[in-house]
Every structure is written in structure tokens, then in C-alpha cells.
Design a binder for this molecule. Structure first.
Ligand code: PMP
Length: 300
């Protein structure tokens, strides 16, 4: 298991910077008992100029606010104050390339009624930019994504992640790197913690919103496509359609852009280095570190 903190680690807890080792939360919290909390997964990067930059900080804190609203959790903070607190937490821990995990959680409450109060913690741990292109071997999960009529699936709610853990653990137990989950109607949806794109004839396709988490990396990929003149489409598609694609990738804050080698027995035929997906992978790495992206001549 990874180590997330040591005796020196500082976290932000309800307005104060405290040692992670001394921080306390209530074991009677509704969040612990019912999976009733919302969170974000954010990254900061050391830019080419040597500064620490939180990538898409406003977008992440907006999504946190929307997630809290979807779950009726009081949300008492502004994006500005939380972004300032995040930079301060990074600086107190001397981190530049880091993963940032804010969690909004509930007070002690064993009933199902909503609360007047919420708490927030911001934890940071070191994470290097993901390097290399180890293509993933993916299996179609026996688990579907949660039914959007049972959950607000656009919210990044802790409870939804039981589904992600089950799917990912199943895939790994069967010798795969990661799972692919379908939605309740059998359309390709997403990975346990990342969004899906496929490439066909130089065009990118990604599942439309509705049954997936609206990923900030997914939105960034769509932005990059527009900037680079790569055609992109959001639509629902089946596993059968995915298995006719030239290439595919997952994308998410933690995963960044990571190519997929195969889904079940289907291997994507196009060499990764010849795909526009690979171009997006490189352009994404440049974007997060504020490096100018120069199109590679052999790919133009
Ligand atoms: N789908 C799920 C289920 C996720 O957990 C994540 C990671 N937050 C994503 C997609 C990708 O979202 P983002 O790009 O905002 O990290």
C-alpha cells in the first residue's frame, strides 16, 4: 500500500492547517456509515517555468460544489478560498507535483435527514506525472455503472465508488489492468476512475454525458481536439462498436491520458505512436505543465 502521510504531513481541516497524524474526524459521521460525502481528485504540476500550478482548480472546486448540492450537503466555501487553502497546503508540505483530495463530509448523524453543517478536509500527497505509455489490457466488467435514476451520477460522491472498487478489483483478479463498465442500457460508459475515448479513422468518440462522471480531463481532451483540428464526437456507443475502433484511451486527473491495448479479446490494431490519441496524450502532458505543444511532424 502507498504511504499517504507521515509525521510531518499537513492537511487543511475546516479552516486550519493541522498535522495529518493529529487530525480527527467523528466516527459517528453519516459519511462513514452511509458513504455520504463528496470529493475531488485534483493534480498540481511543476510547470516548465518552475511554478506550482493546480490544473483546472476552478473547474474542480465547482464540481465539488455541484456534487455537494446534488447530495444536499451544505457547502459553505468559495472556490477562491479553497484554492488558496490548497496552494497553502501544497506549500506547507513542499509539494509541486501532487495529488489533491478535498472531501466534504457530514457530522454525526445516524438518521437519514439532511444536515445543517458540513466539514471539509484537503489532503495532498506526492505524485509524479505519469510517464510512459504502458497500454492497458481492459476487460468488460460484470458490474454496470450505477443507474442514474438511483444516484446523481454527475456527482463525485464517495458511495458511488463502491461500484468502482468492485469493478476494478474484479478486473485485476482476472489478470487485467482495468475494467470497462457499461451503463444500464448496455452502452460503453467509463472506467472505474476515468473516462473513455475511442479513435476511428482519425476521429475521436466519447460517451455523451448522462450516465458517466463529467470528467474534467475529458473536457480538456475535447478542448485540445478543437485546438488541434481533431474531429471529436460525444455519443452513446456499444461495446461492439468500440471493438471496431483503431485505438482507445482512458483519461482522468490521476490517469492523465493512457492508451488501451485491448478490450477483452479485441486488440486495437493501430500502433499507439501512429494515432491521434497519442497526439492528445502528448498535448495533455504539455497543457498541464504549461509547455508549448509542437505537433510532431510524422503525426501531422
Ligand atoms: N469517471 C470516474 C468514475 C472518475 O472517478 C473519474 C476521476 N475523477 C473520471 C471519470 C475522470 O474525471 P476527471 O477527469 O475529472 O478526473
Amino acid at each position: 500500500m502507498a504511504t499517504y502521510y507521515n509525521n510531518e504531513t499537513i492537511l487543511f481541516l475546516n479552516g486550519e492547517f493541522v498535522k495529518a497524524a493529529d487530525a480527527k474526524m467523528d466516527f459517528y459521521s453519516q459519511s462513514l456509515h452511509y458513504g455520504y460525502s463528496v470529493f475531488e481528485g485534483i493534480r498540481s504540476y511543476k510547470t516548465v517555468k518552475g511554478e506550482t500550478k493546480i490544473f483546472k482548480a476552478v473547474e474542480h472546486y465547482e464540481r465539488l460544489k455541484n456534487s455537494a448540492a446534488a447530495l444536499n450537503l451544505p457547502y459553505l466555501w468559495t472556490a477562491d478560498e479553497l484554492i488558496a487553502a490548497t496552494y497553502e497546503t501544497l506549500s506547507r508540505n513542499n509539494f509541486q507535483d501532487a495529488y489533491i483530495r478535498p472531501v466534504v463530509y457530514a457530522p454525526a448523524n445516524m438518521s437519514f435527514v439532511k444536515n445543517e453543517q458540513s466539514f471539509i478536509v484537503i489532503e495532498v500527497w506526492e505524485m509524479q506525472p505519469f510517464l510512459g505509455d504502458n497500454l492497458l489490457r481492459v476487460m468488460t466488467s460484470s458490474f454496470q455503472r450505477p443507474n442514474p435514476k438511483a444516484f446523481h451520477i454527475h456527482a463525485k460522491a464517495a458511495g458511488h465508488y463502491v461500484n468502482s472498487l468492485l469493478a476494478s478489483q474484479e478486473a485485476k483478479a482476472k489478470g487485467y489492468d482495468e475494467a470497462l463498465l457499461l451503463d444500464m442500457n448496455g452502452y460503453a460508459a467509463e472506467a472505474p476512475g476515468a473516462n473513455l475515448f475511442y479513435e476511428k479513422d482519425g476521429k475521436l468518440v466519447t460517451p455523451s454525458l448522462g450516465n458517466i462522471l463529467p470528467g474534467i480531463t475529458r473536457a480538456t481532451v475535447l478542448e485540445l481536439c478543437a485546438e488541434l483540428g481533431i474531429e471529436a464526437e460525444e455519443k452513446l456507443f456499444t461495446l461492439e462498436e468500440l471493438k471496431t475502433a483503431d485505438a482507445a484511451f482512458y483519461c482522468g486527473t490521476a490517469a492523465e491520458v493512457i492508451g488501451i491495448k485491448s478490450v477483452d479479446a479485441y486488440e486495437f490494431p493501430k500502433p499507439w505512436n501512429d494515432t491521434v490519441s497519442r497526439k492528445i496524450q502528448t498535448a495533455y502532458k504539455c497543457r498541464v505543465t504549461e509547455k508549448e505543444y509542437k505537433q510532431e511532424p510524422e503525426l501531422v
